[in-house]
Design a protein around this ligand. Structure first.
Ligand code: TRP
Length: 445
């Protein structure tokens, strides 16, 4: 039996964890969720949920993973022998499969757009060009399925080959480059005429927009974009050597994630208002607005290609973390089965994702609880699976792990340790339960 891989350095781990966190959640989902849920109120709730609930639970996942030194199911079994806590890991396995099934659909859209960018066919010829283009891409059954399949293939190829290290090294410079891009785009977007409306939309809260459903969506968004709730971060932290300072890593990942989300908002919304689009476009928002903003900058057509390459990388560093948790649980410690498992689960996820892929085209009349199949898969995982998983991970960290072993693990001062323990024992579980019940009730009543 081969030895388990380990991260070579602390920065390697932070990059991998940040790579998992920062992806479509911040860049694609955050803007459109904010756009369809009243803007600033959603933004504020998202930031609060990330700092007060998401960050402490992210840290809990890090601690559990590093202590366990194994896949999520085995880690829970090791830390709480003969208790049912390992079910959290199994639930994570199940929900990760569903998340990746629709995540890869959007990955496929990115591939479609990348190819169009390379062939220079992404330049607007009419007012509604980008909207029409997006609708024709997502409703074309062959294009979406081939795109989704190609994206899953890239993901499983990386996971099976163990060349993850290479990807993470590449993302060491790709991520900063993506940020620089966002900075330039934000400046361009903010200097368009009428841009201030977008800034107001993002930052000046109008509390009449507050609903419990929005709170639940913001909580789900915080978990989704931190990759928290399905044990993905437990899996990554299990490859960690003993002496990493976990608190700092969790804080960096959370702040980076909020930063990228806000930057994406600052690129999208000023342009939405300045160019006369509507903020509630839904899942197409980024795909419709971004090419329109690139059109406004010099050499935009070239930069657009580079941008989609970077976006593809950010997306892949997230999707590999989802497949990684599935594969690691699937193979337990039988290292040599990795390749086959990556293929088997990859194909399974592809098949499960097909209805989501088709739900903007030939399946657009199929609805579950009033949502399209794609939206339902997203809602079922983000607003149900992730909060529930996070709740139990929080309880596990708060009640199963003892204070003295935590003291040993975290090496932080008493005040920080006590604050964190208060959150994972009481504050976070209560907040999740309240938001969850209120949000779900709104949906069914
Ligand atoms: N956080 C990633 C993003 O924002 C998506 C992701 C990766 C994820 N792994 C996850 C979401 C595990 C939930 C659970 O794009």
């Amino acid at each position: 039996m081969a030895k388990r891989d380990h991260f070579g350095s602390k920065i390697g781990f932070v990059l991998a964890a940040a790579g998992s966190a920062i992806g479509l959640g911040a860049i694609w989902k955050f803007p459109y969720m904010a756009g369809t849920n009243g803007g600033s109120v959603f933004v504020l709730l998202f930031i609060l949920c990330t700092i007060l609930i998401g960050l402490p639970i992210l840290l809990a996942e890090f601690i559990i993973g590093r202590k366990g030194q194994a896949d999520a199911v085995t880690s829970f079994k090791k830390l709480a022998p003969r208790k049912p806590w390992f079910v959290i890991g199994l639930a994570g396995f199940f929900f990760s499969i569903i998340i990746l099934s629709f995540y890869s659909v959007v990955g496929g859209w990115i591939l479609s757009y990348l190819i169009r960018a390379i062939t220079f066919s992404l330049n607007g010829t009419s007012e509604t060009f980008y909207e029409d283009l997006f609708n024709s891409v997502i409703s074309n059954p062959w294009e979406v399925i081939v795109g989704q399949g190609a994206f899953i293939f890239l993901t499983l190829w990386i996971v099976s080959g163990g060349i993850q290290g290479g990807i993470e090294k590449a993302s060491k410079w790709m991520m900063p480059l993506l940020l620089i891009f966002f900075l330039v785009l934000a400046v361009r977007s903010l200097t368009l005429e009428g841009a201030m409306e977008g800034v107001k939309f993002l930052f000046v809260p109008d509390w009449s927009y507050f609903t419990w459903e929005t709170a639940l969506l913001a909580l789900g968004q915080a978990f989704f974009s931190l990759s928290v709730g399905v044990s993905a971060m437990i899996t990554y932290a299990s490859y960690l050597p003993k002496e990493t300072r976990l608190g700092n890593s969790a804080l960096s990942v959370s702040l980076l994630n909020i930063g990228v989300s806000i930057m994406a908002g600052l690129v999208i919304f000023p342009a939405v208002f300045a160019l006369g689009f509507s903020p509630n476009e839904g899942p197409g928002l980024v795909f419709i607005i971004l090419p329109a903003v690139f059109e406004q900058i010099i050499f935009g057509q070239f930069f657009l290609i580079l941008f989609f390459v970077l976006l593809l990388f950010a997306t892949l560093t997230s999707s590999i973390s989802m497949l990684e948790i599935v594969v690691s649980i699937g193979i337990k410690s039988k290292y040599e089965r990795r390749k086959r498992a990556a293929w088997v689960y990859g194909i399974l996820i592809f098949l499960i994702g097909i209805p989501s892929a088709l739900s903007f085209g030939i399946l657009s009349d199929s609805h579950i609880l009033g949502m399209s199949i794609f939206d339902f898969a997203d809602f079922f995982t983000s607003s149900f699976g992730l909060p529930l998983g996070a709740l139990f991970i929080s309880l596990f960290a708060g009640y199963v792990l003892t204070k003295s072993e935590l003291q040993n693990d975290l090496k932080v001062n008493q005040f920080l340790l006590n604050t964190w323990r208060f959150i994972v024992r009481f504050a976070a579980p209560i907040a999740i339960i309240i938001v969850f019940i209120q949000g779900v009730m709104k949906l069914f009543v």
